[in-house]
Write a protein that binds this ligand. Structure first.
Ligand code: SF4
Length: 182
């Protein structure tokens, strides 16, 4: 049987995606109250590590940025900086209703309403607050997208950086941030 370049690239992609989806090092940015569900998700009862999910110490080592709830505009600035320091391939999970539509802070003067206007979210986990079962389901969804080659938020961020920057600068006063260093 002949294996041409296209087929061999496909095989490499399948193997790479398989490895990636079973090695998800997370940077859990505990911005909101939902962060309280992370310890039970990681410890023995739910044991997320059996899916290859474990904590990372720094943005450079992390694959997944987990935003666990509401974000003030002040915190958003730090979260953007953290995301931009992460290496490719990288993914974002928005955790809790606050990241989807503002949740119970929907009319607050200093929190953002929709995380995906500022960062490329690959998976949202709804609920207030989402239980560990929902968190595990969110990781399973991310794994499915990675295997299918569809977890491409980082690519969209690069392609639409101007749009993201305009949204970010609209809510963050005193921008003064380093340029995104690809
Ligand atoms: S979704 Fe609920 S639990 Fe999560 S940060 Fe918002 S208010 Fe807190």
């Amino acid at each position: 049987m002949m294996i041409n370049d296209k087929n061999s690239q496909k095989i490499v992609d399948i193997i790479q995606n398989y490895a990636r989806k079973h090695s998800l090092w997370i940077l859990a940015y505990g911005t909101g109250c939902g962060a309280i569900e992370i310890p039970p998700t990681m410890t023995s009862r739910y044991d997320a590590e059996r899916l290859g999910v474990r904590g990372a110490a720094t943005p450079r080592q992390a694959d997944v940025l987990l935003i666990t709830g509401y974000l003030t505009t002040k915190t958003l600035k730090r979260v953007i900086r953290v995301y931009e320091q992460m290496q490719d391939p990288k993914y974002v999970i928005g955790f809790g209703s606050c990241t989807i539509n503002g949740g119970m802070y929907w009319d607050s003067y200093n929190t953002i309403k929709a995380l995906d206007r500022y960062l490329p979210v690959d998976v949202f986990i709804n609920g207030c607050m989402p239980r560990p079962e929902a968190v595990l389901a969110g990781f399973a969804k991310l794994q499915e997208l990675i295997q299918a080659g569809k977890a491409d938020g980082a690519r969209k961020y690069k392609e639409n950086l101007e749009w993201y920057r305009a949204n970010q600068k609209k809510v963050i006063p005193n921008w003064r941030m380093p340029e995104y260093n690809w």
